[in-house]
Ligand binder design. Structure first.
Ligand SMILES: Cc1cc2nc3c(=O)[nH]c(=O)nc-3n(C[C@H](O)[C@H](O)[C@H](O)COP(=O)(O)OP(=O)(O)OC[C@H]3O[C@@H](n4cnc5c(N)ncnc54)[C@H](O)[C@@H]3O)c2cc1C
Length: 380
């Protein structure tokens, strides 16, 4: 019997949020890792650009995410410590809305079911403590004390640097053209070479469908906008927690001042899908930004309502906004992580750990059955 010589144990394809974290956790587990990124590591053309990300434990999307979020927070702190990078700012995260709105009900269930440190701020108390927010009658706040902000580009860079320090070979500006499962492994095809590995982790974000057509996530843009406050200190990280708010069908999120001059705000889930990731338009006419300016005028009156800048990014979405995480049913040597649907960044390190466990051990202690690729009929 001939023993095939492999170039690595695992190849990670796409070194954005999930891929950089997967490479870090795989290298840390002692695996020989190859990584491929079509652009430079920590670029801003995919799902991980835009300077900041909210980290929330009190979860609008449902309390079932809390075990993942708890482990993710530990791993964020570990990555910050080993890299010496300030990539997590524990500002807390404030959820605002009427108490019986479904996202607020989920927030309350998350904190009570999982005993999370939090404060419920009744309407008047919220108005007094955080006058930066203009409230509607009856709205309350729930402050998720363990929440905060992440620095996405810095975090991706830190994870990739850690992976490299532990021996991972990460190729930048190297798009993968095909993955070919077969024999006892998988062949990874680039313009320059073909690599044989035991397992592949596909973390190609909005581009997933180009490599794995049966996991063709819907690509949606997400626009971020930055607004200048009149009173700068009132919006500093110590005074103004990250926030997420649902009022009158407007879903607004934002972060305190990080760049020394502006508050980041965005809308979720309002941007129409694109035909594909290569059709992203990064310049928008002023008229496209009017709804967010209107929301800022209504809800954050201390900010000048004309944005000083904006950025257009994108993420891959699934129909149920639940990610696809697991081996392909017909090609178990290919593990796919995709479709994080606008809320995956905060969980990237725990999904990196899960990818490492799936690729190296064939299983994970986390319950990811609801994320199975087979639920959309995905096959190799
Ligand atoms: C503007 C915006 C705001 C967001 N806000 C939040 C938030 O506040 N909190 C939160 O938790 N989540 C948030 N999210 C969601 C989160 O950022 C994403 O879910 C997450 O980044 C998805 O990670 P990913 O690894 O799947 O994709 P990406 O980070 O885009 O990584 C995919 C990588 O694969 C590379 N690639 C693709 N194809 C190939 C190929 N063939 N060969 C080589 N490389 C390839 C790409 O270049 C890219 O680097 C937000 C998303 C956006 C866009």
């Amino acid at each position: 019997m001939t023993i095939e010589r492999l170039d690595a144990d695992v190849a990670v394809i796409g070194l954005g949020a999930m891929g950089a974290m997967s490479a870090w956790r795989l290298a840390r587990a002692g695996a020989r890792v190859l990584g491929f990124e079509q652009f430079g590591i920590a670029h801003d053309r995919g799902a991980a650009g835009g300077e900041s990300r909210l980290f929330r434990m009190a979860y609008h999307e449902g309390p079932e995410y809390v075990p993942l979020l708890r482990r993710a927070r530990e791993l964020w702190l570990e990555l910050a410590a080993v890299s010496g990078r300030d990539l997590f700012l524990p500002t807390g995260c404030l959820s605002i809305g009427l108490p019986d709105l479904p996202p607020m009900v989920n927030v309350r269930r998350s904190v009570t079911d999982h005993d999370l440190e939090h404060e419920v701020l009744a309407h008047d108390e919220l108005a007094t403590r955080y006058p930066q927010h203009r409230l509607h009658e009856g709205e309350i706040g729930i402050l998720d004390v363990a929440g905060g902000m992440l620095r996405p580009e810095l975090a991706v860079l830190a994870a990739a640097q850690q992976a490299r320090a532990m021996g991972a070979r990460l190729h930048e500006h190297t798009p993968v053209r095909a993955i070919e499962p077969g024999g006892a492994g998988v062949t990874v095809v680039t313009d320059e070479a073909r690599y044989r590995v035991r397992r592949v982790v596909v973390t190609a974000g909005p581009w997933t469908g180009e490599l794995v057509p049966d996991v063709a996530v819907t690509v949606k843009p997400i626009v971020l906008t930055w607004f200048a406050p009149q009173d700068l200190p009132a919006y500093a990280p110590g005074a103004f927690p990250a926030f997420i708010r649902d009022t009158d069908g407007v879903h607004l999120f934002g972060c305190p001042v990080l760049d020394g001059m502006s508050v980041k705000c965005g809308f979720a889930d309002v941007w129409p899908p694109l035909p594909g990731p290569r059709e992203l338009t990064r310049d928008l006419p002023g008229s496209a930004l009017r709804p967010i300016s209107d929301a800022v005028r209504r809800f954050l009156p201390g900010l000048h309502p004309e944005p000083i800048r904006h950025g257009v990014y994108m993420d891959g979405y699934t129909p149920d906004r639940t990610a696809v995480v697991g081996p392909l049913p017909d090609a178990p040597s290919v593990v796919v992580l995709a479709g994080f649907s606008g809320h995956g960044f905060k969980m990237a390190p725990v999904f990196g750990s899960i990818a490492a466990d799936l690729a190296l051990e064939g299983g994970t202690d986390f319950d990811v059955t609801r994320m199975s690729p087979s639920r959309f009929g995905a096959a190799a």
